[in-house]
Unconditional design. Structure first.
Length: 409
């Protein structure tokens, strides 16, 4: 694993090779794992996540005129575009995320960026694995743009450096909009929020309805956060995410019919008791999805209490209950993810484990007693290889600080 310092050095060196100058500023932002609150964010629910010490770094400097060039070290990819002609490319690749951030910041500021720029992007967040490599790219780019003084307006330009939480929250919303409206991914606020609000030794909590948020102690030394990457691709599942959103909507529509549009804006306005009461009249698929979402909200609430009390055993139990609910009610698990969770349950130091993020493929996250992290990793690797014939990639992670920008040199 490369550290953030090594990544910064890699992005800086790649910039000099690619463009023949030294970069003047950089932005760095972590990936995240979701701990509790699976598919709750776009349902006006509660989420808990942890920013992890896997990062994206964007290093760059201003260019002359309005042209921009971006070089992505990991993809060996280059793209050039004109700041005044931001067009989404159909290939759905990383350049859309870059252009989307510019577009959304300009929209929020109601002013164009002051100048074009050149950047290199380097990162070690596993791609397409459910660890929010895209949100970390968005946040790193935003902090580069702010640090380099390219954002002239008033709405978000005071985000520079380690600024106030209210400004970070606004930026998270702007970055989410870049994904929703420009890239075309209908995701919630979880990913951008986590990348911006992360803190060492802490989980992050967000109420997606009221935007109330907190950082909750994981304790010292705290559990190891072990991510097991099934190496199965998420692209296969892309359409499923929107389908689940629509299934949740059927339940919202039913209760709107009962109680009116103003009373029911999202699943957040429906209680578990009410769902049970109307169970037989609800769509048989939608009601299971809704049960998962509402039970997840409860688990986030209880999880926050457990973390504040330093009760990692209870917290781990809630994390494992979340996986069971995803598996049976939300049906966004897979054979590979279930195998990883089962292997984890039988491994030393296990406190709790679940799929992370959208689901269907990608990663599981496990909380493990810190002194047993290595034995746990070995045990999961062996058991999964035996059962599935694939060797998962195991990342022993730590809670990390959220995005920031810095001058270089
Ligand atoms: C993806 C999305 C998030 C969230 C999770 C599921 O990671 O990007 O907004 O909906 O799935 O909890």
């Amino acid at each position: 694993m490369s550290t953030s310092g090594e990544l910064e050095a890699r992005a800086t060196a790649a910039f000099a090779t690619q463009f023949g100058f030294q970069p003047t500023a950089l932005g760095i932002a972590p990936g995240r794992v979701e701990l509790l609150g699976n598919h709750t964010d776009y349902n006006g629910g509660l989420v808990m996540a942890v920013a992890i010490d896997r990062f994206t770094v964007v290093a760059g400097r201003l260019s002359t005129g309005r042209s921009c060039r971006a070089h992505a070290v990991n993809f060996l990819g280059n793209v050039s575009f004109d700041l005044d002609k931001l067009e989404r490319s159909e290939s759905g690749d990383w350049p859309n995320y870059v252009k989307g951030v510019i577009w959304a910041i300009e929209e929020a500021e109601d002013t164009p960026l002051t100048s074009g720029f050149d950047i290199t992007i380097a990162g070690n967040v596993p791609l397409g694995a459910g660890l929010s490599s895209s949100a970390s790219l968005e946040a790193a780019l935003a902090f580069f743009l702010l640090q380099a003084g390219l954002v002239p307006g008033r709405a978000i330009s005071h985000y520079r450096g380690d600024s106030a939480d209210s400004a970070r929250l606004k930026l998270a919303q702007v970055l989410r909009r870049s994904e929703n409206a420009f890239v075309g991914v209908a995701s919630g606020l979880l990913d951008q929020f986590s990348s911006l609000f992360g803190r060492a030794h802490h989980a992050v909590y967000l109420d997606c309805e009221t935007l109330e948020h907190a950082r909750l102690p994981l304790g010292g030394p705290g559990p190891a956060i072990i991510v097991c990457d099934s190496k199965t691709s998420r692209r296969l599942a892309d359409g499923m995410y929107n389908r689940r959103r629509a299934e949740c909507e059927t339940v919202v529509a039913y209760f709107q019919g009962q109680r009116g549009f103003d009373a029911v804006k999202s699943l957040r306005d429906v209680s578990l008791e009410e769902l049970t009461e109307h169970w037989d009249r609800l769509d048989p698929v939608g009601r299971k999805r809704a049960r998962h979402v509402l039970a997840e909200n409860e688990r986030v609430r209880k999880g926050a209490v457990a973390l504040r009390a330093g009760d990692l055993v209870e917290f781990g139990r809630l994390v494992s209950a979340s996986h069971a609910s995803s598996r049976h009610d939300f049906e966004n698990s897979s054979e590979a993810l279930d195998t990883l969770v089962e292997a984890a349950e039988a491994s030393p130091g296990f406190l709790g484990g679940k799929l992370s993020g959208a689901g269907w493929a990608g990663c599981t996250v496990n909380l493990v007693r810190v002194d047993q992290a290595t034995a746990f990793a070995e045990s999961v690797r062996t058991a999964t290889a035996r059962k599935l014939g694939i060797t998962p990639e195991i990342h022993i992670c730590h809670a990390a600080e959220g995005a920031l920008g810095r001058e270089i040199g």
